[in-house]
Ligand binder design. Sequence first.
Ligand code: BT5
Length: 276
Amino acid sequence: MTGVMPEKERISSSKVRECLHTKILGRSILYFRTLTSTNHFAKLLAARNVREGIAVVAETQSRGKGRLGRKWVSPEGGLWFSIILRPPMRPRDAAKLTLLGSVAVAKTISELYELKAEIKWPNDILINQRKLCGILTEGEIREEKLRFAVAGFGLNANFSLEILPKHLRELATTLSEQLGKKISREILLCNLLQNADEYYEMLSDGKFETILNDWRRLSGFLGSYVEIAGCREKIEGWAVDLDNDGALIVRLEDQTTRRVISGEVTRIVQVKRPAH
Ligand code: BT5
């Protein structure tokens, strides 16, 4: 899937740098024509004690990863990148980084293109119920501390759905499909890093609540009736809120609530009935 794209259409990291005014994220941008996985590469780099904030971008990935060993299809024209982070947080708080990433993506998409992006907890960004972006946060734990984290973003930018395997065409969308034209991936990456950097600073300043409030405002998810498959059981109910750790609170039919820290949301039906 490589080698087809004309040079002028490739991502120019210098153009991204020119527009970037972040404190930490994107302080250095490493660009590759192709990698197996930007997350994989960023983790190798992070293990060598490089500074946080480095972004690793690849035009294509030959073995892009989703959660739980799933595959992320990464053709030319997408925006596939990972950021190395060293937040002084407990390993159990690392899910906050995914939440931070998803709210940064939703904010950026609505600001730049006026598209209504929804966040499907915990790591998907959808447009019209189709997946535009997925986030994969991985980390390394040492002596019960998070040594580093890598937040990987897979954002379907400029390619036709025809390129994707058949089973994904109904489930996925791309920005160029939504807008009927190609977008500048440099502007997208720059703005996304900018928004994520602001949220990252809030997180460092102990203002996770502000990020949560933006999530609540932007996600369009709360109030949905959801089915969540966890590793041990499947539950159904209304997604009512996120708690202060970013866990999802689900109200079941019998009015009891459950706190969900991970799982696969398999169905979302918007319901008019209030969840409380
Ligand atoms: C995710 O996993 O959504 C996380 C995806 C993260 C990808 C980025 S790309 C840069 C960085 N480097 C990596 O190697 N990974 C990260 P999950 O929630 O498990 O969803 C995976 C599922 O999404 C797959 O099983 C497919 O059904 C679907 N999928 C795969 N490729 C897709 C695509 N390009 N667009 C939409 N859906 C896709």
